[in-house]
Design a protein around this ligand. Structure first.
Ligand SMILES: [Cu+2]
Length: 197
């Protein structure tokens, strides 16, 4: 059998939408939602593609939504690429491609000027293509919420030029769904492996 070449392809796409609400701004307007580039000097250099890289002033809220998609192809054993036939020599089924889409919802709150609290909730959709030793192809899909992450961002250092050192400490709560099932050649409604949970 001709050795197959494995393509390794991976791309990421990130679209982020963020909005800010301030409850202690100079206008005294409690529920004003602000767009990213207005009025908030401490966000002037803030790129929305980073998470947890900034703090908020006391009483300030920020909500964020971020979409990302990823596609992975090919198999590896440690550092080296392995072909589908290599995988099938050891296993009954080889994965060929996996796509993941993630919706990430975030909330930040300025507990004080130095301490910002942050919570994040992901929603994931995963799809994996496989081929069996018999040459049969099949796909499994799953979707559900992932682990909630709660963290605190503490400003250790902040100079006049707005250079900052922020300590980011957090915990991950095991809220992710771990009982995702789908149909496979082994039968209907089978429990899916870890990477699909
Ligand atoms: Cu923020």
């Amino acid at each position: 059998m001709r050795k197959q070449f494995i393509l390794i392809a991976m791309f990421g796409l990130c679209i982020a939408q963020q909005s800010y609400a301030s409850s202690n701004d100079s206008l005294g307007n409690d529920n004003q939602i602000r767009s990213n580039n207005k009025d908030h000097s401490h966000h002037a250099n803030h790129s929305p593609s980073k998470i947890g890289d900034h703090n908020h002033k006391q009483g300030e809220w920020m909500t964020s939504y971020r979409y990302s998609a990823m596609k992975m192809k090919g198999n590896r054993n440690g550092e080296s690429k392995v072909s589908v036939s290599d995988v099938l020599a050891d296993y009954m089924v080889a994965p060929t491609e996996m796509t993941m889409q993630m919706h990430m919802f975030g909330l930040m709150y300025g507990f004080s000027d130095k301490l910002t609290l942050m919570g994040m909730l992901p929603y994931k959709s995963v799809s994996m293509d496989h081929v069996t030793r018999m040459g049969m192809e099949f796909t499994t899909d799953s979707n559900g919420i992932g682990d909630v992450k709660l963290s605190g961002l503490y400003t250790l250092y902040n100079d006049d030029d707005d250079n900052k050192i922020i300590l980011n400490a957090g915990i991950s709560l095991p809220t992710g769904s771990i009982d995702e099932r789908d149909n496979t050649p082994a039968g209907a409604n089978q429990k899916l492996p870890y990477s699909m949970q």
